[in-house]
Structures are given as C-alpha cells and as structure tokens.
Design a protein around this ligand. Structure first.
Ligand SMILES: N[C@@H](CCC(=O)N[C@@H](CS)C(=O)NCC(=O)O)C(=O)O
Length: 265
C-alpha cells in the first residue's frame, strides 16, 4: 500500500484542477504526510480500478494511504481537512462570515461558473465556430484515451470520441453528451447571452479583487480559491479560446471576434 495519497485525475478536468491544487497546497504548506501522486485516470484505470472500488466513473477520485476511497471534490477536501488540520483552508467557525463566504464561492464555482466553462469548451469546438478550438480539445481528450499516442493519434481518437459519444456532428439532436447536458444546465440559445454576461461580470469582479489581494480572503488561500481553480485552470486558462482571451485584451463574441474592450487597469 502506498504511503501517499493517490489522485486519479485528468489534466483537462474541471474538478481535478480544484483537488490537485488543494493537495499540492496541503503537501507543501500543511501536513499531508508523504504527499500525493497524480495519476492519469485512463479508461483502463477507470473501468478496472475506480468503478469496482467506488461505483463511479467520474474524476477526481482519491485513494488515501490507508485505503479509503474519496470522491466528489467537496467531500475529498472536507475529509482531508479533518485528517490534516494544519494550514486549514476552511475558516474556523469563530469566523462565520469568512467561512460562509468560502463555502458560497466554492458553490458558485462548482455549480454556476461550470455552465460557462462547459459551454466555452464545446461551443468553440463546433465546426464553423470562430474562433475554434476543436483540434486542441480533441487532443486533450485524446491524451487521456491514448496517452502514449502521437499528437495526431491523440487528436484522431479524440475526434472519434466526439463524433461517437458526444454528437459533435449534430449537436441539435444530441440525447447525451455535452450538448444535451448544456440544455439541462439551462444554457440554450435564448439564455446564452445572459450566461456570457454573468461570466464577464464575475471575471471583472475577480480581476479587480486579485489586483489588490493574493487570495479571495486576503493573505492566504481558502476553499474559495481552490473552488475557483475548477473553472479557472482546466477551462478558462487551459482551453485555447478562453486561454487566449485571458492573456490579452481580446474579447470574443459568441459568433466571432468583437472589438477589444478597454483594459480593466
Ligand atoms: N461533483 C463532482 C463532479 C465530478 C465531475 O463532473 N467530473 C467530470 C470531469 S471534471 C467527469 O468525470 N466527467 C465524466 C463523465 O461524467 O462521464 C465533483 O465535485 O468531483
């Protein structure tokens, strides 16, 4: 049995980014013992190890050094906080406003910001969308399906998966996969502009806040920061279209490039 925590994750996964950043912080600044290893959850590992152990095929999942399986990112953090109390990331009950703010921002990131993150990944992967990140997206999915493949092999297997499992060719008819999921989350052609506006409002607030503070609650990270790394890392930073937008003054409109807006500072 390993003396380290084992994190089963994907690099392109929203909730893996949240848990990876948390474990890393606890390892370097807290008391995580021998630390953790980050293991790519390949389809073979998911079917052969994760599903038999937990009944779940989603990532992230964590195996503790004493053999306990944890999953759902919130549960992983809550349980690790109890096991490893040094450098707590959840403010103490004596600080109720900070505690409430941390949980609320985790909720905002997990459930609300998810919709835009999910949308940008798949909308800008549709043929005809401009700008377009289809090749990038296919390659990042291919990297988990066929990690030993060349770049073009990864892209090919990613594209095949998009066609076969995700209805990328005909999103209007999708009964499963991201396009039907987006509708279930409330993202439709009628609500799209409102979701985009909400995303921009949140990003502007964060931009202004992080101009003056290193972390959400001030000088050290809390659950709120790790929650935000869900949308911010694997989607808004790593995905090609929003990643480029983050690094410049460019603002994309849903149907193409719009005029750059004034810099926020
Ligand atoms: N509530 C879960 C959500 C986990 C989740 O949705 N994971 C995504 C990747 S970020 C996944 O594994 N999706 C694959 C699928 O649903 O088949 C958590 O917080 O960990």
């Amino acid at each position: 049995m390993s003396t380290r925590y084992r994190l089963f994750s994907w690099e392109h996964s929203y909730f893996s980014g949240k848990v990876r950043a948390y474990l890393r912080y606890k390892h370097y600044f807290g008391d995580l013992g021998d630390g953790y290893e980050d293991i790519l959850a390949t389809p073979e590992l998911i079917q052969g190890l994760l599903v038999p152990a937990t009944g779940s095929n989603v990532v992230p999942q964590v195996l503790t050094p004493d053999g306990e399986w944890l999953h759902d990112s919130s549960e992983i953090i809550d349980r690790c906080e109890i096991r490893h109390p040094q450098q707590p990331v959840i403010p103490a009950p004596e600080r109720p406003r900070q505690r409430l703010a941390a949980y609320l921002i985790e909720l905002l990131a997990d459930e609300w910001m998810l919709v835009y993150g999910f949308w940008e990944r798949w909308y800008y992967s549709l043929e005809g969308s401009t700008p377009n990140q289809l090749d990038f997206n296919a390659q990042q999915w291919g990297a988990f399906i066929n990690p030993r493949g060349t770049g073009s092999e990864r892209r090919a297997v990613g594209q095949m998966m998009f066609r076969q499992n995700m209805a990328l060719d005909d999103p209007g008819k999708a009964t499963q996969g991201p396009y039907s999921g987006l509708v279930e989350l409330g993202m439709t052609e009628h609500t799209m502009d409102a979701w985009i506006a909400s995303h921009r409002r949140i990003m502007t607030i964060l931009e202004n806040h992080f101009d003056g503070h290193d972390f959400v609650l001030g000088g050290r990270p809390s659950l709120a920061d790790f929650g935000l790394l869900g949308p911010l890392y694997a989607h808004l930073f790593r995905d090609a279209v929003p990643g480029l937008e983050c690094g410049s003054n460019t603002r994309w409109s849903p149907n193409g490039l719009s005029a750059p807006t004034a810099p926020t500072r």
